[in-house]
Design a protein around this ligand. Structure first.
Ligand code: CMP
Length: 138
């Protein structure tokens, strides 16, 4: 059924000039943009967004990286959105991402991996709500 996922274009992909190409890949793959924002996370906000990872060894680096520069946040809609978007972006580690996926094309490392994608419908809802109010969704 038609549902939603949440994504961020991360600071590495923004800094490397890939916003347009990544949005083109997303819309060409059939995702409708429900909400879209160019913004920058403070360390505090990045820490809260990734709270689920706070006991992981990469947490501090992740928070530092995600607050290091502007990002693009978006809510996307498609049939089976969470799973379909994870296929489009490829494996978390870009060296393991399939050819043609967004991470294979634009990411350099597991930390600077170009895009985030929600891992479940429940997290897609939580993450979308972190960035967007009801009147910012169309
Ligand atoms: P993301 O989908 O944004 O969710 C958490 C991020 O942590 C992940 O992408 C990676 O960029 C980063 N990360 C760094 N090391 C790891 C790891 N070993 N396992 C999972 N995620 C990692």
């Amino acid at each position: 059924s038609t549902n939603r996922t949440f994504t961020m274009i991360k600071p590495d992909a923004v800094a490397n000039g890939h916003i347009g190409a990544i949005i083109n890949d997303i819309t060409t793959a059939g995702f409708k943009i429900v909400a879209l924002k160019y913004t920058k996370l403070t360390a505090e906000k990045a820490g809260a967004f990734y709270e689920v990872h706070k006991e992981r060894p990469f947490y501090n680096d992740l928070v530092g990286f995600m607050s290091s520069g502007p990002i693009v946040a978006a809510i996307l809609e498609k049939d089976n959105a969470v799973e379909e978007f994870r296929k489009l972006i490829g494996a978390t580690d870009p060296s393991k991402a399939d050819a043609g996926t967004i991470r294979q094309k634009y990411a350099k490392s597991i930390d600077a991996n170009a895009v985030h994608g929600s891992d479940s419908d429940e997290n897609a809802e939580i993450e979308g709500n972190f960035f967007f109010t009801a009147d910012e969704r169309f």
